[in-house]
Design a protein around this ligand. Structure first.
Ligand SMILES: [Zn+2]
Length: 270
């Protein structure tokens, strides 16, 4: 399931408007948004039940953040979860749905169900709210692209590396693709419009191609490479015949999230 380009524009505009009112430097001030909207925020222990939740009751909206899953107003994860809930609040269809009871209050997890459009929309809004288009487009902490640029964005905007990578991939003007894997299995990917639409040598939920940096990390001893590695497009893809773009060297750089067990591969060209 995917959000249409028109809808993305709407959500991005809405988020830009809100972040424009409440930001200091690069950072969107979520606490000010919560106060301005008169939302009740509860940061409490909810075990493993959810990351965030927006509930309508007694003519008011209440946002719950689960500190047991490290959601706090200061953590990158908490900021993302809170922005996601603010998405449900600001997006008319979601808010009205919750008010009228047409939409069941639901728990949100930081890893959204990719088949749930409501969740995808709130996630998209969250990325836009935390990393407004203009600011991320002109972000130039590190000129040349590499994982360092994503790390710079993550620290500037106080977001997770994954959130930074997804947002940058969407906004940037060069060919970029992200593949997230776990236990040598592809979990999901994001490919921006600039990247060649070559068929993959992998399937979502299937194994990684063996000659990729991420693939070797899972299958070969002592192959955890954190630097920019040169790979061939046909390590990852089946490039179209006679496509000159396939002659170029492709870069792959991996980020290993030891705490969560996943690996992010960034794929791009020079
Ligand atoms: Zn949600």
């Amino acid at each position: 399931m995917e959000i249409s380009p028109t809808r993305k524009k709407e959500l991005s505009k809405l988020a830009d408007f809100v972040s424009g009112l409440f930001s200091s430097g690069g950072v969107t001030q979520l606490d000010k948004i919560v106060a301005f909207e008169g939302l009740e925020l509860y940061i409490d222990h909810y075990e493993d039940c959810f990351d965030g939740m927006l509930v309508y009751g007694e003519e008011q909206f209440h946002i719950h953040l689960n500190i047991d899953r490290r959601n706090d107003i200061t953590t990158a994860r908490g900021r993302y979860s809170l922005s996601h809930e603010l998405g449900h609040y600001y997006i008319n269809e979601h808010r009205i749905g919750l008010q009228t009871g047409e939409l069941e209050p639901h728990t949100s997890f930081s890893e959204a169900d990719k088949n749930d459009l409501i969740e995808l929309e709130a996630d998209y809004f969250a990325g836009c709210l935390l990393m407004p288009y203009q600011k991320i487009f002109y972000y130039d902490g590190v000129r040349k692209f590499s994982l360092d640029k994503i790390k710079g964005i993550a620290s500037t905007f106080k977001v997770s590396l994954l959130a930074a990578a997804i947002r940058y991939c969407e906004v940037c003007i060069h060919e970029l693709m992200i593949v997230v894997s776990e236990n040598n299995t592809v979990k999901w990917y994001e490919r921006n419009d600039h990247f060649p639409k070559w068929p993959f040598r992998f399937k979502v939920h299937g194994p990684l191609p063996p000659t990729t940096v991420a693939g070797e990390y899972f299958t070969k001893a002592n192959s955890r490479f954190e630097t920019v590695e040169k790979v061939k497009p046909d390590d990852w893809f089946h490039p179209f015949p006679d496509d000159y773009r396939a002659e170029r060297t492709m870069n792959e750089q991996c980020f290993y999230s030891d705490g969560f067990g996943y690996v992010i591969s960034l794929l791009w060209f020079n």
